[in-house]
Design a protein around this ligand. Structure first.
Ligand SMILES: [Zn+2]
Ligand SMILES: [Zn+2]
Length: 232
């Protein structure tokens, strides 16, 4: 089911599908990251593996797409409001799972159910290390609603909490788009750091994949993994 993780992730049809679905559902978006980071053992760049390469390839594309949508007007009837990207297709992995499950498949990765997470957090050594190492960068940018706080600043919200708050002005849409494009630039530099001749990533660049997934899929997993003693 994770066959798209390597290789064909961004062929034309896959790209169109993943744009229409705005990536994967929260559980599978983070599950995709966990699978890649935990299981990918040999790669280029300073770390040599256990790094979010395909996650970054997918999310830099989604960030550019979402920023483009946010710069459009909501409709000709509402020219003063911004168009918010919305998923018109369902999560591709959820769709595949409607069929029979392969034997022995672990289904709990990145489930937002905290009991399931606690059981698995011990196994998520590399993902946990990434989230903790970068948390001083991303924590202040995490969605306040995902953190369980009040917060109405649309620039701070993940896309789901943004959409739940209703329409925003064109100016706000442009400001959010600018924020997403800045994030995309850091993600592109992180991708470069994972290639043979790329420069090592900075702290802000290392945090970019967490921020991108946080915006698209919510912040439950990194917040959980960086809370005190997850899994113990
Ligand atoms: Zn899904
Ligand atoms: Zn949120």
């Amino acid at each position: 089911m994770w066959s798209f993780v390597h290789g064909d992730i961004m062929d034309g049809g896959t790209r169109q599908y993943l744009r229409a679905s705005l990536g994967l559902c929260p559980r599978h978006a983070w599950g995709h990251a966990v699978v890649e980071i935990e299981l990918w053992q040999a790669g280029a760049g300073a770390r040599g593996g256990h790094q979010p390469f395909d996650i970054s390839v997918l999310n830099e594309d989604l960030l550019e797409y979402a920023a483009g949508e946010l710069r459009k007007p909501l409709s000709w009837l509402h020219p003063g409001m911004a168009h918010q990207p919305a998923a018109s297709r369902s999560c591709r992995i959820c769709g595949e799972l409607a069929g029979p499950l392969p034997e022995g498949l672990r289904m709990g990765y990145a489930n937002s159910n905290s009991n399931a997470l606690a059981l698995e957090a011990n196994e998520l050594a590399f993902t946990t290390a990434w989230c903790r190492e970068t948390s001083s960068t991303w924590f202040s940018r995490a969605c306040p609603r995902c953190l369980g706080n009040d917060g109405a600043d649309p620039l701070a919200l993940c896309r789901r909490h943004l959409a739940a708050g209703g329409p925003v002005s064109r100016a706000t849409g442009h400001a959010i788009a600018d924020r997403l494009l800045e994030l995309r630039q850091r993600l592109l530099r992180l991708l470069d750091s994972m290639t043979d001749h790329g420069k090592p990533a900075t702290a802000a660049e290392n945090a970019a994949w967490v921020e991108a997934l946080g915006w698209f899929a919510g912040w439950a997993l990194p917040l959980y993994l960086t809370s005190s003693n997850p899994g113990s």
